[in-house]
Design a protein around this ligand. Structure first.
Ligand code: PLP
Length: 393
């Protein structure tokens, strides 16, 4: 077999999928596993959205669509952004893609090359770094610190920009920390970016509908001064519990839109047609389903944080968004990855070690509370029992 190109020696992946595979394997062996590892809502897609998908199939939407997506969905995205953030977005700048990931894939391909630097949050979604490395660009981690409530620090982010910086990746509400960057910090960051016009911005707002404690989501779309270099990433996976449908959308500055369209033509052609019609219903139908899911997540969030803070050697700040808790486990004496592994193998609780999200994730584990209150309570009990029984290896 001949070797593939060397870039593939640099591409990474998401360990959450490996943990899911191991959890499934243990279940197959008869073990009772509680999965707090995977980052997907445990709710089914709301019925009216499923029905719209079925109707689209029955109505004969079986063929290719334009690579940028059907106009009704691009219009629905623009209307939704106007409703949520009072911003003007042209449907012609909206691109429909198969999942949130595809927007980051395209954006990083557009700006990543040897010699270029790309700033990304650490701990952060692992695909950012993986794709940056794939392109040969230099990944520059922006530390996301517990002492800062897991928010971006404008000053620290700006201090990492050099003349070689081509792209800055932001994510709030954040995976894996649940951190939400306050408006004042985003204001300061955007103001500082004025001095660095060569830096494009990719704002991953896929958890934008999931904030708590009265926190309102501030979109980077709300800053007209950066709109000509802002790529906005969003999608249906988390908000509408549609991870398996593969539906995302992005807003691109005019000069980049055609490059994104060409990447779509060269890869997936379009998102499957019925999924796009389901997306129209998701955005135009009642948003009660979103509110209800967020209310349930909020209850679980409180349960998780309270429970974690009662465990030996564990402390957890209250996450303000998404559906993750990122407790500090330093005082257990365990390193994060061996702890995550032992929790799965010995206690039957799947969580992800913080280092799977970057070097600054050491000392933490990620729990997804996209699971029932009953399972969360059982998981916490098992973790508590494990930590009082087992000293660090
Ligand atoms: N961005 C972040 C921060 C995520 O956590 C995820 C999924 O976990 C994605 C993007 C990708 O979403 P999708 O499943 O729609 O590709």
């Amino acid at each position: 077999m001949t070797a593939i190109v060397s870039a593939f020696s640099r591409i990474g992946e998401e360990n959450a999928f490996a943990v899911l595979a191991r959890a499934t394997e243990l279940e197959r062996q008869g073990r009772d596993i509680i999965n707090l590892g995977i980052g997907q809502p445990d709710f089914p897609t709301p019925a009216h959205i499923v029905e719209a998908g079925i109707k689209a199939l029955c109505d004969g939407h079986h063929g290719y669509t334009p690579a940028t997506g059907i106009l009704p969905l691009r219009e629905a995205v623009a209307a939704d952004l106007h409703r949520r953030f009072a911003v003007e977005v042209s449907p012609d700048s909206v691109m429909i893609v198969p999942g949130g990931k595809v927007t980051m894939f395209m954006a990083i391909l557009m700006f990543g090359e040897p010699g270029a630097e790309i700033l990304y949050p650490d701990p952060g979604f692992p695909i950012y770094r993986s794709m940056i490395e794939f392109t040969g660009a230099t990944p520059v981690p922006v530390p996301i610190r517990e002492s800062n409530g897991f928010a971006f620090s404008a000053a620290e982010t700006l201090s990492l920009i050099t003349p070689r910086t081509r792209l800055l990746i932001l994510n709030s509400p954040a995976n894996p920390t649940g951190g939400v960057t306050p408006k004042a910090e985003i204001d300061a960051l955007v103001a500082g970016l004025g001095a660095h016009p060569q830096v494009a911005i990719l704002s991953d707002e896929i958890y934008g509908t999931m904030t708590y404690d009265g926190e309102t989501h501030v979109s980077l779309l709300s800053y007209p001064e950066i709109r000509d270099r802002l790529i906005y990433l969003d999608g249906a996976s988390k908000t509408y519990a549609m991870t398996g449908w593969r539906l995302g959308w992005s807003v691109w500055p005019k000069p980049l839109y055609d490059a994104a369209r060409k990447l779509a033509v060269n890869s997936h052609s379009c998102v499957n047609a019925a999924t796009q019609w389901a997306g129209v219903e998701a955005l135009q139908g009642s948003q009660d389903c979103v509110r209800q899911m967020v209310e349930v997540f909020d209850r679980r969030r409180k349960l998780v944080v309270e429970g974690l803070n009662g465990l030996l050697g564990v402390s957890c700040i209250t996450p303000k968004g998404a559906f993750y808790a990122f407790p500090n486990v330093t005082d257990t004496g365990w390193k994060a990855k061996p702890l995550a592994s032992a929790l799965l193998e010995e206690a039957g609780v799947a969580v992800i070690g913080g280092p799977d999200f970057g070097i600054h994730g050491e000392g933490y584990i990620r729990l997804s509370y996209a699971n029932s209150e009953e399972n969360i309570a059982r998981a916490l009990e098992r973790m508590g029992e494990f930590l009082s029984r087992r000293k660090a290896a």
